[in-house]
Design a protein. Structure first.
Length: 400
């Protein structure tokens, strides 16, 4: 029996010992790992110990954690199969001030291999076109309406299979007068020893169109002149006339003289049927029309034959001088008729309400010269806002 008990004890010991031994070894491994992961602190002098060599070995064997670099790969963009280029025309942001004519030139290129397809184009001017305009040429010219407005020009190249979906574009601004080229500087005459300088404007207006030009100005190398007010129906013997803005219509010619006004300062006028009677009394630098009304035969048939003959011999707009003709000055009826009809006063009273009383002209005296002599210059006609209406190069033949 003793032998049996001893045998049982030995068997139990053999079975139990690996369990305790494993627990012991596991604890030791845990302690070693903790020791290797915990920073080593120097003990105080009184408790300083020698660190076991094994712990130092385990600490130095722990690998350092590293992070691999992150690489971001950008997708490779494919080139366009067809592209468009603007080669000439208004620049982006350009302000056009001296013309309403614009021209764009453009080109296209395909990037498909071995293609021989013909390239054509579509253009669109935003603010002018309502849709794309096809063209087989490489340029487009457009005449724009006058005024102040911004436009964007688009152009895209195309083939039968390809379209450039990123068209080339330019944005620009037109800044010209609404009256652009409706009034033109048609002629410039230089000042000489016997005549003043003269600038002549002509109109290109619609039948019912009227334009106020007071406040417009012409400028050049020698300075600037401003168009003043005037009198539509000038009557020389009426001193309380009122100046008004100058209004022009179809067919009008505007004469701007550098001379002083022979009728007096600020007496600019539209010639009429009766002002020709003043032509012999004043020296007009701008020639005065002589188209005064002449009486019909029926109107003077009641007068004496000698008076009737005297009237028919008068030149247009001539004020009769009968001081040395006794047959006339002794004829009271003849004298009365002459005095009532053959002068500015009587003519104005009789004809001023006629529809064709005034001429298609304005005579404006500025008492200032801006026309250069024997040199090159450009005159600019601008409206009251400073916007260009017309320009005129003059001077030596090489200047024009």
């Amino acid at each position: 029996m003793d032998t049996t008990i001893i045998t049982i004890i030995i068997i139990a010991a053999v079975l139990v010992s690996p369990f305790f031994l494993g627990r012991l070894l596991t604890k030791e491994r845990v302690d070693i790992q903790k020791a290797s992961l915990t920073p080593i602190q120097e003990p105080e002098e009184s408790t300083k110990e020698t660190i076991p060599q094994k712990e130092q070995f385990v600490k130095t064997q722990i690998p350092t954690k590293t992070t691999a670099p992150i690489v971001i790969t950008q997708p490779k963009l494919s080139p366009p199969l067809i592209d468009t280029f603007i080669t000439s025309g208004p620049k982006d942001g350009e302000i056009i001030e001296e013309t309403n004519k614009i021209t764009f030139k453009f080109s296209g290129k395909t990037y498909t291999p071995n293609t021989q397809e013909r390239i054509y184009f579509e253009t669109k001017l935003q603010g002018f076109d309502t849709d794309w305009v096809p063209t087989s040429s490489k340029d487009r010219t457009i005449y724009l309406s006058a005024g102040v407005k911004e436009y964007t020009f688009w152009v895209r190249a195309k083939t039968s299979d390809l379209t450039d979906f990123t068209p080339a574009k330019r944005t620009f601004k037109m800044n010209i007068s609404p009256y652009f080229e409706k009034i033109r500087i048609s002629r410039v005459e230089e000042e000489t020893s016997y005549r003043s300088s003269l600038i002549i404007l002509n109109t290109s207006l619609g039948r019912e169109e009227r334009i106020n030009i007071t406040g417009w100005y012409i400028e050049g190398e020698e300075g600037k002149i401003i168009i003043p007010q005037g009198v539509e129906k000038y009557y020389h013997y009426y001193n309380s006339y009122v100046n008004e803005d100058i209004s022009i219509k179809q067919g009008d010619a505007i004469y701007l003289s550098s001379a002083f006004n022979p009728l007096g300062k600020d007496r600019n006028f539209r010639p009429n049927k009766c002002l020709g009677f003043l032509a012999d009394s004043f020296d007009f630098p701008i020639p005065m029309p002589r188209n005064c009304p002449r009486p019909e035969i029926e109107e003077i048939s009641h007068l004496e034959p000698c008076c009737e003959e005297f009237i028919l011999r008068l030149r247009p707009c001539e004020i009769p001088d009968y001081s040395e003709n006794p047959k006339i000055y002794s004829d009271s009826e003849c004298v009365s008729y002459l005095d009532e009809n053959f002068n500015n006063r009587g003519c104005f009273k009789k004809y001023s309400n006629d529809d064709d009383f005034v001429e298609n002209e304005w005579h404006i005296y500025l008492d200032k010269n801006i026309v250069v002599n024997n040199d090159c210059d450009i005159l600019y006609l601008r409206d009251q806002n400073g916007l260009l209406i017309d320009k005129y190069s003059y001077g030596r033949p090489i200047c024009q």
